[in-house]
Design a protein around this ligand. Structure first.
Ligand code: ADP
Ligand code: ZN
Ligand code: ZN
Length: 817
């Protein structure tokens, strides 16, 4: 009898590929193992065995596999089921899912670039001869491809050698440059080297004789470092010298002290005693009890708890119970909410059982977590991770928590699989017969609707922990303020007043400027021309700090122009405003206070984000200006005032979810104010204070927002009432993409009639030199989703058979966000 396997290969082709295997391989191979297989003329891929069987392929002769790469499966059956569900539901290939699901080190292929592992020097004596040859070669050449290694070893089957070298950490594979996960930075100080000599020091102490507090700091620094012989933390110095952080800061400014940062590694938990979990207050207790009751009836429960109500502590209790029952727990968070603050909190409770998984991890670190989960190791009982952690090889999940469930970043936008991690987590929970809790202070309409429909259980916490009051939210009519000339730049007199008072009281301020709104663009005062990106259909954004013009879609940049490219006039003006401009204005308005900015630009560098957070926590920043990065999961004790610079650009964003999102964003930012004893204050500047969403934000009225938005969704046939699939066509030739999209829309209309919208050019119709067209298919509840998809695939296949359209790229986005 002949033996075969069907293999998933990480390429965007629809089929599985069938290979021929020997009888002994047939006995050995199981689904989920890796095999090296030849593909096309000369390529080698790592594939995952999907099925082992005896049915020869019909249309072609099956090739032999090259090599088996695993002794036991690295992907389990439940995962393969989940992959299949994702491929079907989100209309992509199993290969797409495989590529997203596996750490890249697992997918060796002919294009893989092999590098020496420079982080670690290894003991060469542990290498076998063939391994050593490869390792040696990497001392002479910075990188090798698989076929180079074939040449060096003079054989074809080299993947096992490479695999062993990776396991021995002698080599690594190239990947998109992932920065290693950034652990929290701790700030240290030392005496400036100018004072390292005895004379220098003596002179310094003499100079400081009239500044006894500063002198005391220096003396304390000395005695602490003399006794501990270790670097001195700023926090220790503050505690021991009794000096304020301001005094230390002035010593740093005077260059008497030098500050530096050392990262404390929170991923490798130090193994200190675990802290007991907190005793819940009555509201949390009630919620916990209700959640457990709800779990009896429903697989999914939604927890709607206002900001700072202590949801995390409730999760912690549930996690504790799941662990006691020997189950695995998955705690999903959006990438930006995965902060050191939260990680530490969980590690304090659950110690080494917590594993962290997110995109800032290197492939090596991800492989480690993968293996811990696969081997059901004690080190990964609780996985705290972003979107892609749903792909880990769980075996017995008992509980999934999706925190900040409303966050749109749970949906992968590009590339395929364009999956929603929250929705996929529900499917995952179902496979494991696990319970899943969705938590948010501002639930998505989808989840709240499901709760109302009794599909999900529902629990609420309406009080903040410690009975801290919800912030007082005030709307400021800037149209009126402009009329009365009460604006300074982008600041109303009310905002300046409140800021002044807050600063005088020694509290901190957050100013929020949404990035998706208008960013500063340059416009010629004479002819109105503004510089455009050569690759995309957008105006370039002005970045004062670098004196550059940049494109936010493709990264194109040039230095700032001196005169108008169209008419030569030197009278250029910047329109709109971004975080940078707000920062500039604040500095002028409040020159005596420390201002910082948190957005993509300031957090890009190594530790950028953590540095700003640390500085804010340590009260070295008085005013922080930022984008939505500010909204997530951060618990700042001393922030009392939040200013939202302009609510209108969020509300006017051309998207059917714009109002829902604005509500969520504004309430989340507001939630940063006054998290301790003092009631926080929020000022929202707007041209339209009577906008319903703003009224709902200011009264924290989720229900009104929900009802009104749902009404719109009914009327305009949008999710969650209708499902929708967005089809995007791309081509560099406009007439081609235009013709293709017209053809496709017409064909779709023959089946789906009025439920097809478009084709339409999106607001930005050209990106990276590709013209875009969108078609939207709306799907009523009673219409079968799978039949709809079948029909779309059929039409899509006829489309692909039209020679003229073959080079047009088509993207299917199910449940598009
Ligand atoms: P949420 O996630 O709902 O925004 P958190 O769980 O972050 O709220 O709680 C807000 C603050 O209240 C945190 O600083 C947390 O440590 C504190 N807190 C919450 N519950 C308790 C409790 N039961 N005992 C002590 N402190 C608590
Ligand atoms: Zn001009
Ligand atoms: Zn561009």
């Amino acid at each position: 009898m002949n033996h075969f396997i069907d293999v998933i290969i990480p390429v965007p082709l629809k089929k599985l590929f069938t290979y021929s295997i020997s009888a002994s391989e047939f006995d050995f191979l199981k689904p989920g193992m890796r095999v090296a297989v030849p593909f096309g003329k000369s390529k080698i891929y790592t594939g995952i065995v999907f099925r082992v069987h005896n049915d020869p392929p019909i249309a072609y002769e099956a090739k032999d596999i090259q090599q088996i790469l695993d002794d036991t499966p690295i992907v389990n059956n439940k995962q393969l089921q989940l992959w299949q569900w994702i491929a079907d539901y989100y209309m992509c290939t199993l290969g797409d899912v495989m590529r997203a699901a596996l750490p890249s080190a697992f997918i060796l292929e002919s294009e893989t670039v092999i590098l020496k592992n420079n982080i670690k020097t290894i003991d060469e004596s542990i290498l076998k001869d063939d391994e050593f040859l490869v390792y040696e070669a990497l001392h002479h050449q910075s990188s090798l491809k698989i076929h180079d290694i074939s040449n060096i070893l003079d054989k074809k089957n080299v993947l096992p050698v490479i695999k062993r070298l990776i396991e021995k950490e002698a080599i690594s594979v190239e990947e998109e440059v992932y920065e290693k996960y950034k652990p929290k930075l701790v700030r240290y100080v030392k005496l400036h080297s100018r004072f390292s000599s005895e004379e220098g020091l003596q002179k310094l102490l003499d100079d400081l004789s009239r500044a006894p507090k500063q002198r005391q700091v220096i003396l304390t620094l000395f005695s602490v470092s003399a006794t501990t012989k270790k670097p001195v933390k700023v926090s220790d110095l503050v505690a021991q010298s009794g000096a304020s952080t301001a005094i230390i800061k002035s010593l740093i400014d005077k260059e008497v002290l030098e500050e530096y940062y050392i990262q404390t590694d929170r991923v490798q938990y130090s193994g200190e005693e675990n802290e007991a979990t907190k005793k819940l207050n009555e509201h949390q207790e009630t919620a916990l009890k209700e959640i457990k009751e709800s779990f009896e009836k429903y697989m999914v429960t939604l927890l709607h708890g206002v900001t700072s109500s202590g949801k995390t502590e409730v999760y912690v209790k549930l996690i504790e119970e799941a662990l006691n029952m020997g189950q695995q727990v998955l705690y999903l968070l959006p990438e930006i909410a995965l902060t050191a603050q939260l990680i530490t909190r969980l590690q304090n409770y659950f110690g080494e059982q917590v594993a962290i998984f997110h995109s800032k991890y290197s492939t090596q670190e991800r492989v480690e977590v993968w293996n811990h989960v696969l081997n059901k190791s004690e080190k990964a009982k609780v996985v705290l991770g972003a979107r892609s952690s749903i792909f880990l090889p769980f075996d017995n999940i008992g509980l999934i928590i999706v925190d900040e469930e409303h966050e749109q970043s749970f949906k992968q936008f590009d590339p395929a699989p364009r999956y929603h991690a929250r929705d996929t987590a529900v499917v995952l929970a179902n496979m494991h017969k696990a319970k899943i809790l969705l938590g948010s202070a501002t639930p998505s309409l989808e989840s709240y609707f499901n709760a109302k429909q009794n599909k999900y259980g529902f629990v609420e916490i309406t009080k903040r922990y410690n009975n801290v009051l919800m912030p007082d939210i005030e709307l400021i009519d800037i149209k009126d303020k402009f009329k009365k000339k009460l604006m300074k730049g982008h600041f109303s007199d009310r905002l300046i007043e409140e800021m002044t008072e807050t600063l005088q009281e020694g509290h901190q301020i957050i100013l929020f400027q949404n990035r998706r709104g208008f960013s500063p663009i340059v416009e010629c005062n004479t002819c109105g021309n503004s510089p455009q990106c050569p690759n995309c259909d957008v105006s370039l954004t002005y970045h004062q700090y670098r004196n550059q013009l940049r494109c936010h879609y493709c990264g194109y940049n040039s230095s700032m122009i001196k005169d108008c490219a169209a008419c030569g006039s030197p009278e250029l003006d910047t329109k709109g405003f971004g975080t940078e401009q707000i920062e500039e204005e604040v500095k002028l308005l409040f020159p005596d206070y420390k201002v910082a900015r948190m957005d993509l630009d300031t957090t890009r560098g190594k530790y950028g984000y953590e540095k700003i957070i640390t500085a804010l926590e340590q009260q070295e920043i008085d005013i922080l200006v930022g984008t939505q990065m500010l909204t997530k999961g951060l618990d700042f004790r001393h922030v009392k005032l939040v200013g939202i610079m302009n609510a209108d650009n969020m509300l006017n964003f051309p998207d059917f979810r714009a109002h829902e999102r604005s509500f969520q964003l504004m309430l989340q930012v507001s939630g940063r104010a006054g998290r301790t004893d003092q009631r926080g204050k929020v000022l929202i500047q707007t041209y339209n204070p009577y906008h319903n969403i703003l009224q709902q934000v200011s009264t924290n009225n989720y229900i009104d927002m929900f009802n009104e938005q749902m009404n719109d969704r009914y009327n305009y046939k949008y999710p969650p009432i209708y499902k929708q699939i967005k089809i995007t066509l791309k081509h560099k030739d406009y007439s081609k993409v235009d013709a293709a999209s017209v053809w496709l829309a017409k064909s779709l209309r023959q089946v789906f009639r009025e439920y097809v919208l478009g084709p339409e050019s999106p607001p930005i119709s050209r990106i990276r030199n590709q013209f875009h067209k969108n078609i939207l298919v709306k799907i009523p509840k009673q219409q079968s989703l799978s039949k709809t998809k079948e029909a779309i695939i059929k039409i899509n296949n006829s489309f692909l058979n039209i020679k003229d359209f073959r080079s047009v790229k088509i993207i299917l986005n199910v449940d598009n966000f």
